[in-house]
Design a binder for this molecule. Structure first.
Ligand code: SAJ
Length: 414
C-alpha cells in the first residue's frame, strides 16, 4: 500500500499525539517534541497522559510511527504546539508556534504542505507564520492550510474521526491537499475556506459556548434570587425549537473556552459581550463562596470537602480549572479545605481520598460533574455537619435530604 507522503507532526500534546496516531494508520509518521522526557516516554511505548482510546490506537500503529526531539525530513509538516495566553496582559503568546515554524523552515522543500492545527488569533498565519516559512524559499512553491482541531478532551479520538472539519488554505490547491490527507481518517464533512476565516471560525465556536455558559450562569443567579428553579426553567425553555440554554456551573475551565475569547478580542476595539461573558464566568467561584457563606452562617471555622477539582466531569484535566480560584478564595475566608478527585493525579493542592476529605467536614461542595459522585450514598458519609452545595445539579435532592443533609443546588432557587 502507498504510504506516502511522510508526515512530521510538531507537538506531542493532547492534540498532536492523537492526530499523529490517526495519521500513522495510513502514513509513515514522525512525532516531534522539544520536551525530551515526552519523547522518552513515547519511545518506551507509554503515553504522557491517559485516554483509553488513544492508548489502543498507539498499540495498533506502533510500527508506523517514530518519535524524535528534533525535526525530521517529511513531505507534510503539521504544527500542533501550544498557544498559551499571557495572563498578565491577556494576549496570546505565539512563541511556540513561531519556533515550530522556524524548525519547519529548515526542512522545507518544494511542494511540501504545512498545516497549522494550533489555535491562533485571526491573521496570525498571514502575519507571522507564513513570513517565517517563506523566508528562504525563493521561487519554491509550498502549500499551507490552517486546520483547527475540534476534539473535546475525554473523547478526543471519536471527535477527531467523526466531527466535521474546517480547512483554510492559502489557495484552493492547499485546501485540497490538506483535505486529501485528513480524509484518510476523518469521517465527518470537510469544509474549505481561506486561512483567516478558518482561524476565526475556531475562535467563534468556543466563544459562542463561553457566552452561552455566561448567560446560563447569570440566569441561574437571577433564578436563585427570585426563588425559581433554573434547571426546570431551562428544560422547559429548551422545548422551544430555537432555544438551547446551557448549564450553569462553578466557572469555565479547560484550555479552550476560557482562553479562545481572548484570542478573538485581543486586537479588536469592538468587544463588549465577549469580554463581559468572560468576566461573568470568572466570577462563578465567588458566587459559590457566597452560597457557602449562606449555608455555613452558624458554623465557626468550617471545614469544606471539595469534590472534584477537574475543570469538568469524568476527566482528570485541571487546566484552567475554576477550582483553583475557589480554593484560594475559600482559604481567604478562613475555611479549611480538603480536595478529593478520583480522576486527578496531580494538582497544586494536596488530594485526599473521599473518607479523608470528609474528616470533620461541615459542607461538601461538588465542583466537577464526575459520574462517581452521582452514586454516593449520603447515609454512609461520616461528616460533622450534613450540608452540601452541588454546583452541577447531579445529586438527587430527595435522597440527600432524607439522609438529613441541607442541600443547595446552584440555581435551584432555594
Ligand atoms: N461548562 C459549563 N456549562 C455548560 C457546558 C460547559 O459550565 O453548559 C463548563 C465545563 O464545566 C468546563 C468548560 O465549560 O469547565 C468547558 O467545557 P466543555 O466541555 O464545554 O469544552 P472543552 O473546553 O472541554 O472543549 C471545547 C470544545 N468546544 C466546544 O464545545 C465549542 C471542543 O469541541 C473544542 O475542540 C475544544 O474546546 C478546543 O480544543 O477548542
Amino acid at each position: 500500500m502507498e504510504r506516502s507522503p511522510r508526515i512530521c507532526i510538531l507537538g506531542m500534546g493532547y492534540i498532536g499525539l492523537p492526530t499523529a496516531l490517526l495519521f500513522a494508520k495510513n502514513f509513515d509518521v514522525v512525532g516531534v517534541d522539544i520536551n525530551k522526557s515526552v519523547i522518552e516516554t513515547l519511545n518506551n511505548h507509554k503515553l504522557p497522559f491517559d485516554e483509553t482510546k488513544i492508548s489502543k490506537i498507539f498499540s495498533e500503529v506502533e510500527n508506523n510511527i517514530t518519535f524524535s526531539d528534533e525535526i525530521q525530513d517529511a513531505d507534510v509538516f503539521i504544527i500542533a504546539v501550544p498557544t498559551p495566553l499571557n495572563k498578565s496582559i491577556m494576549v496570546s503568546d505565539l512563541t511556540y508556534v513561531k519556533s515550530a515554524a522556524t524548525m519547519v523552515k529548515s526542512k522545507l522543500k518544494e511542494n511540501n504542505l504545512v498545516i497549522l492545527e494550533s489555535t491562533v488569533p485571526p491573521g496570525a498565519s498571514d502575519k507571522i507564520i507564513l513570513p517565517i516559512l517563506q523566508e528562504n524559499l525563493g521561487m519554491k512553491k509550498i502549500f499551507y492550510a490552517h486546520c483547527p482541531e475540534r476534539a473535546i478532551p475525554g473523547s478526543t479520538i471519536n471527535e477527531m474521526i467523526n466531527n466535521d472539519r474546517i480547512i483554510g488554505g492559502i489557495n484552493p490547491e492547499s485546501s485540497e491537499y490538506a483535505r486529501k490527507i485528513y480524509s484518510t481518517f476523518v469521517r465527518g464533512n470537510t469544509y474549505l475556506t481561506n486561512t483567516k476565516t478558518a482561524e476565526f471560525v475556531k475562535l467563534i465556536e468556543n466563544t459562542y459556548r463561553d457566552v452561552n455558559i455566561a448567560l446560563a450562569n447569570e440566569l441561574a443567579k437571577i433564578a436563585d434570587e427570585s426563588r425559581i428553579n433554573y434547571w426546570e426553567a431551562k428544560d422547559l425553555a429548551n422545548k422551544h425549537p430555537r432555544v438551547n440554554l446551557h448549564n450553569p456551573g462553578p466557572g469555565v475551565g479547560g484550555h479552550c473556552i476560557a482562553i479562545d475569547p481572548w484570542f478573538l478580542t485581543e486586537n479588536s476595539t469592538k468587544t463588549g459581550i465577549i469580554q463581559y461573558a468572560r468576566e461573568i464566568n470568572d466570577l462563578m467561584p465567588n458566587y459559590v463562596i457566597h452560597l457557602l457563606r449562606n449555608i455555613l452562617e452558624d458554623v465557626q471555622k468550617p471545614n469544606i470537602a471539595l469534590f472534584g477539582v477537574a475543570y469538568k466531569g469524568n476527566i482528570g484535566d485541571v487546566r484552567e480549572t475554576p477550582a483553583l480560584k475557589f480554593i484560594q478564595l475559600a482559604e481567604n475566608e478562613g475555611f479549611e479545605l480538603r480536595c478529593y478527585d478520583p480522576y486527578v493525579k496531580s494538582f497544586d493542592y494536596p488530594l485526599y481520598d473521599m473518607e479523608e476529605s470528609l474528616l470533620n467536614c461541615d459542607c461538601i461542595v461538588i465542583f466537577s460533574d464526575h459520574e462517581q459522585f452521582k452514586s454516593i450514598d449520603p447515609r454512609e458519609l461520616n461528616v460533622r455537619n450534613k450540608r452540601i452545595i452541588d454546583c452541577r445539579n447531579i445529586i438527587d435532592k430527595t435522597i440527600w435530604n432524607s439522609a438529613g443533609f441541607t442541600t443547595k443546588i446552584l440555581g435551584d432557587g432555594q
